[in-house]
Design a binder for this molecule. Sequence first.
Ligand code: GLN
Length: 398
Amino acid sequence: MSHPAPPVAQRFRSFGKSIFAEMTAMATAHNAVNLSQGFPDFDGPDIARLAAIDAINKGHSQYAPMTGVPVLRQAIARAWARAGRPTIDPDAHITVTAGCSEAIGAALMGLLDPGDEVIIFEPYFDFYTAGAAMAGAVAKPVTLHSPDAAHPHDFWFDEAALRAAFTPRTRAIMVNTPHNPTGKVYSRAELELIAALCQQHNVTAISDEVYEQLTFNPAKPHISLATLPGMWERTITLSSLGKTFSLTGWKVGWSIAPPALTACVRAAHQFMVFSGSTPMQHGAAAVLDAGDAYCETLRRLFASNRDILSATLTRCGLTVYPSDSTYFLMADHSALGIGTDRAFCEHLTKVVGVAAIPPSVFYLTPGLGTNLVRFAFCKREETMREACRRLEAGLLKN
Ligand code: GLN
């Protein structure tokens, strides 16, 4: 007797296939320049690679401690303090995870019970809603609107909408600054409002700060939410190695939180992966202490790439929104009349030869994001120039 194949569990059914897997596969199939999934097309610093190889050669091949190898947690504490933030304790406050992605899941699953509400700004990195679904929690969106005449430089949210999103069931808010996919850096005033609401409603903040080193505008510095008055006790800060040092495939991330919130993260983390890869943690420790000059070079490259890409997209008739950070920018493609974001990205990948991300998958509110497209600019300058050449050839009306 044949049985029907089991369906995907309900909690994942609405998510379909990850847009990053889908668009990278489409880019590969059509030989497109891949500006969709965000990863550099060059290697991270030698010091990281050599230290990881050395760790393998020295036999660091068994499980790391559940909380992470001590040398890495100490290096994370030093990096946190170097950025002017209060001293933290590597044992009590830091947990190393398998990339920030696992940290997002561990924080949401370790903190939330079924039916709890978590506020998520949209557009969002898709792991947030998937993580909420894994926890059985309810995601409540607050929209970041595109820049307009009143907010010419920034994606922005309505204060009343944020206030209204807090209910007696709200247990957490996901903050992501600097913000993927918009390139927004949350201002101190915005973070202060979030902090005040968290304290008023006894809500925990989960602050994903993986792009903390990739800011391009001195007038918009990165501020860690946990450093605001009253927020250390109620914030889980997440970060990682991948974006800062062009090592996205190493999957080394971490959480920083006071002991009670660290206990929540570790409760989930120990049963998700138990510990991250040991040699990569040794490589991560070496580069965290020595990589500041690398970050400076990276910031210069990415800011220049952003400018080259923005100018090309503008010439091609898109409305490009400012990006002060991360390695993404958003643009409005609707003037080109090619259809939805999905139709536009498919045309771009298959006909023009440049892959990008359709951002409607990053919204909970139906219909939002269909006029937008997200481009990654974390590539070698030659790669960006080739992408721009193809965009002009394929999109410029003559
Ligand atoms: N953070 C990366 C991006 O936004 C992708 C991560 C992933 O592939 N899941 O492009």
